[in-house]
Write a protein that binds this ligand. Structure first.
Ligand code: E4P
Length: 218
């Protein structure tokens, strides 16, 4: 499973990249706005940190605008994946960008038929927003299951990227369902690697080591 960090904060990205657990990065206009920096500047710096798919989102909503922005973003670095909203104009743009060899991440997916059409249009990734569906009393993981099943039935090559992840269980469930990727906030990546018994066990080992001759070293 590919694990991406869902962040535009380069300090967060450097932190998890140093652990070697990150395959790529997703950003969105909200995450970029929080940095106070321009999209271009942030994306170029992220591309220097992580050698993998880096999603950068367009803000146009018309076909020409999405294609123009998509080409500009893709020209920033070979690893840029253009993030396109799941609207009719977006799918037209995905088709054009795909024909030019530009990878896309179709975002704001909330239903299986939306995901089916995005795959038909040639999306590289589809991003179902799990947490936001759960927030609205839906079942985000059921959507992941439906999309994975539909893509499998027809050999569709679009990758399912579980997005809007809120906690570690979302990541485990997405992995068990066969999602190709999950994009995970920095805090949740740290939650994924933490376990209270690891901390208790380590504290005990260090305590015992201090009592050994030589302090447990060598
Ligand atoms: C996906 O690519 C989005 O950036 C993100 O996962 C949205 O998550 P949120 O619902 O926590 O804003």
């Amino acid at each position: 499973m590919e694990i991406f960090i869902d962040s535009a904060d380069v300090a967060e990205i450097r932190d998890v990249a140093a652990m070697g657990v990150i395959d790529g990065v997703t950003t969105n206009p909200t995450l970029v706005a929080r940095t106070g920096r321009s999209l271009r500047e942030v994306i170029v710096e992220i591309c220097e940190i992580v050698d993998g798919p880096i999603s950068a989102e367009v803000i146009s909503t018309d076909y020409e605008g999405i294609v123009r922005e998509g080409r500009q973003l893709a020209a920033l670095h070979r690893n840029v994946v253009v993030k396109v909203p799941l609207i009719a104009e977006g799918l037209k743009a995905v088709r054009t960008l795909a024909s030019e060899g530009i990878r896309t991440n179709v975002t704001l997916c909330f239903s299986a038929p939306q995901a089916l059409l995005a795959a038909k249009a040639g999306a590289t990734y589809i991003s179902p927003f799990i947490g936001r569906i759960d927030d609205a009393a839906g079942d985000g993981m059921a959507l992941v299951e439906q999309i994975v099943g539909i893509y499998r039935n027809y050999g569709l090559r679009t990758k399912v990227l579980a997005a809007s992840i809120r906690h570690p269980v979302h990541v485990v469930q997405a992995a068990r369902l066969g999602a190709h990727a999950a994009t995970v906030p920095h805090k949740v990546i740290h939650q994924l690697l933490s376990h209270p018994l690891t901390d208790v066990g380590l504290a005990r080992f260090l305590e015992d080591a201090r009592r050994s001759p030589g302090g447990g070293r060598g």
